[in-house]
Design a protein around this ligand. Structure first.
Ligand code: C2E
Ligand code: MG
Ligand code: MG
Length: 707
């Protein structure tokens, strides 16, 4: 058997010429690639398409080409990816030719898909057919992709879906995605710009950064909250989530995911933020937000090198009284009304805030200087005093205002606020219903008060408080009728302090309750002691001063009765000294308490008469035992005739109302003589003795002097 070589179209070496032609014609007519291999696994016949599909050229197209050569040609081309190319290639080629069942093969870098079918022949050879299935495979893949989309869709029917093919740069947007923005199905193409062009300009940069980060593999998934413009030009807050699909090299070829409408949540978050920065009652900015605005103003002013803004603090006067007498609900309504009025007066653009309680604050944008600032504050106070109509009631409030003007030395908003508040306290202590400008001297004053306050806390525990006693003389006999107790503080560094230096402070800090109880007990105990050792008939009285705060204490009478019982002193010999101011604040309550005290056999003096409101009307209504004429009248009595007449009138009035009278601050014998002539019962003053410590006061009792 001779082996006939043909130059071009080889056929089987042992087939006849007609057989060969027939076979060639059959092979050529196929749209697939086909090749016949012998039992020796060498090529016997083929068509062009076979090599075309495999993208193999050259001298392999000859009879006798072995499978091994084909392997080498295919593997050497590097179609099979990086790394262990040979091994993978070998496996693929073996799969191409050896197993009997059909298989899909990716054979080209472009991802062409070849399907091969292997048919064994009786003589041990076999026929291989190769079909280019790239197009069909693509269609299948597309189907798979859309199946994935449906899987994603089931994750949330409310969410829009998107799928961005990065190779083709086409963007699929689900109908729901489009509806969320008010778009109809056909309104939108498949360009990525359909999404990106609708992103709020403020959010675009962030979105791009997050997306690029994920595509570059820097983040495990893509997640971005941003605003998308709806067809009505409003904005929708969305949360976009997605995941990239990557090829064997880790390159993202596609990214798909969901789009959720988070507008409601965003709104709630904004609301929560609003709530943390605003006062719920007035809806005005709270302290935190106000300080932030001041900080911004400070920043701008410092950058510009100059600033003309001011911080104004306003505290309502005696607001506690409104709350206590009219109830909290009305108090709240009044606060809200004040807030509205302030916002109205200040006008748009100015920040009006409620930092807390009955305090308001205004950031005044433009103010030329201290004079204008003060004028502005006074205008504001004047507007504020116009009556409020709350629940059919006419309520009038006044406020005290403190102002701090911009100064480059201010580093923090808190400092400026603190100074405005200091000035406001100053306005309060100067008589309320007025405006004060911050002045650096207020600082040292405030620091002084602060240290004093801390010291005072320890004063009682350290026995630094001391009681002084000033005798009160019965003018008919010229003998001591009793004492007024006057508090002193033996301060470890500052020496002996009078009550004017610490009683007001103790009232403000609430320590007055403790101090007052101590004074009362100490005074009563001392009197019991003296009465036992220097008995007199009638027994001595002790006058104890009571401050406004103490007077407003709820269980005042009970506490006094308890202290009396503890100290062993007689109720009938205790006199409480009250000032008009304490009584005026709440006349009804004052009457109630005075009657309770009366019932407990405790006497009451009206102290410093003539310095307060001096309203004579309530003298009739309130059951005082004693009236103390203020020392300012006594001092002027001898030289100033009108003062003398006033003293005479007070004495007449008091006696008519069955009260006795103590003249305070008697310093001269002339004053004493006149008081005697006017039938004044008692006198107290330096002429007899200044306030004395217990030892010196006791000495007076020993002497038993007659004046
Ligand atoms: P007050 O009750 O009017 O006390 C009389 C004040 O006049 C005392 O001042 C006394 O030292 C002073 N004084 C007495 N005689 C004369 C005089 O002849 N000429 C002059 N110019 N002054 C005289 P002090 O001790 O400084 O007390 C001031 C105020 O402090 C008292 O006024 C009283 O309202 C209050 N205070 C004193 N002790 C207490 C206390 O224990 N509790 C409370 N809540 N207040 C107190
Ligand atoms: Mg007094
Ligand atoms: Mg007095």
């Amino acid at each position: 058997m001779t082996r006939r070589k043909t130059p071009s179209r080889p056929t089987s070496s042992d087939a006849g010429a007609s057989d060969g032609r027939l076979l060639r014609a059959a092979l050529d007519s196929l749209t697939q690639g086909a090749a016949v291999f012998g039992a020796d696994r060498r090529l016997q016949a083929w068509n062009e398409r076979f090599f075309d599909v495999l993208e193999l050229q050259g001298d392999l197209r000859r009879p006798g080409t072995g499978l091994a050569e084909l392997f080498r040609a295919l593997t050497g081309r590097g179609d099979f990816g990086p790394g262990d190319a040979d091994e993978a290639a070998t496996r693929e080629v073996e799969r191409l030719f050896l197993p009997p069942d059909p298989a899909h093969l990716h054979l080209t870098p472009g991802g062409r898909v070849v399907e091969r079918l292997l048919a064994p022949m009786a003589d041990g050879g076999f026929v291989v057919t190769l079909t280019d299935a790239t197009d069909r495979r693509r269609a299948e893949l597309r189907l798979m992709e859309s199946e994935e989309r449906y899987a994603l869709a089931s994750a949330g029917a409310n969410d829009g879906l998107w799928d961005w093919n990065l190779s083709t740069n086409r963007l699929y947007l689900s109908p729901r995605w489009k509806r969320m923005l008010g778009l109809a199905e056909d309104d939108v193409g498949d360009e990525p710009s359909e999404w990106l062009d609708r992103v709020h300009t403020d959010d675009l940069e962030r979105l791009s950064a997050v997306l690029e980060g994920h595509l570059a593999g820097r983040s495990p998934h893509f997640e971005s909250e941003h605003r998308l413009r709806r067809t009505d030009d409003s904005y929708l807050w969305v949360l976009a989530r997605g995941l990239a699909v990557r090829d064997g090299f880790g390159r993202a070829t596609r990214i798909a995911g969901s789009l959720t409408d988070v507008t409601d949540r965003k709104y709630q978050e904004a609301q929560a933020l609003h709530n943390t920065l605003h006062d719920p009652l007035t809806q005005l900015p709270n302290r935190a937000l106000f300080l932030d605005r001041v900080a911004q103003a400070l920043f701008r002013a410092r950058r510009a090198g100059s600033g003309r803004f001011a911080v104004l603090c306003l505290d309502l006067d005696r607001f506690k009284l409104v709350n206590d007498s009219l109830g909290h609900r009305l108090g709240d309504e009044l606060l809200a009304a004040v807030g509205r009025r302030l916002a109205e007066i200040a006008g748009a653009g100015q920040t009006v805030a409620r930092p807390g309680g009955d305090e308001f604050a205004v950031l005044i944008d433009e103010v030329a200087g201290p004079v204008e600032a003060r004028a502005l504050a006074e205008r504001l106070l004047a507007d504020l005093t116009k009556a409020f109509d709350i629940d059919g009631r006419r309520l009038v409030v006044t406020g005290s205002v403190g102002l701090a003007l911009f100064d480059p030395a201010y580093e923090r908003a808190e400092d400026m606020m603190r100074d405005a508040e200091l000035a406001m306290y100053q306005a309060k202590s100067l008589g309320k219903a007025r405006a004060e400008l911050f002045h650096p001297s207020l600082h040292s004053h405030a620091v002084h008060l602060l240290t004093l306050e801390n010291d005072l806390r320890q004063a009682i525990g350290r026995n630094e408080l001391q009681l002084y006693f000033q005798p009160i003389i019965y003018l008919k006999t010229g003998r001591i009728a009793g004492f007024e107790s006057l508090a002193r503080w033996r301060h470890p560094r500052r020496g002996l302090l009078g009550p004017l230096e610490f009683i007001t402070l103790a009232e403000e800090t609430g320590q007055i309750g403790q101090i007052g109880a101590w004074v009362l007990e100490e005074a009563c105990r001392r009197m019991r002691d003296w009465q036992a050792r220097y008995p007199s008939d009638p027994a001595l009285t002790i006058s104890v001063n009571l401050s406004i705060r103490q007077f407003n204490q709820i269980d005042l009478v009970t506490e006094i009765v308890e202290i009396l019982a503890r100290s062993g002193w007689r109720a009938g010999k205790l006199k409480l000294e009250l000032t008009e101011t304490a009584l005026m604040q709440n006349a009804a309550r004052a009457a109630h308490i005075l009657h309770q005290l009366k019932a407990a056999d405790i006497a009451v003096s009206l102290d410093d008469f003539g310095t307060g409101y001096s309203s004579l009307s309530y003298l009739h209504a309130l059951p005082f035992d004693t009236l103390k004429i203020d020392k300012s009248f006594i001092a002027g009595m001898v030289s100033d005739r009108s003062k003398l007449e006033i003293v005479r009138a007070i004495l007449l009035l008091a006696h008519n109302l069955k009260m006795d009278v103590v003249a305070e601050g008697v310093e001269t014998v002339e004053q004493l003589a006149q008081l005697r002539a006017l039938d004044c019962e008692y006198a107290q003053g330096y002429l007899f003795a200044p306030p004395l410590d217990a030892e010196a006061a006791e000495q007076l009792l020993v002497e038993n002097r007659k004046w």
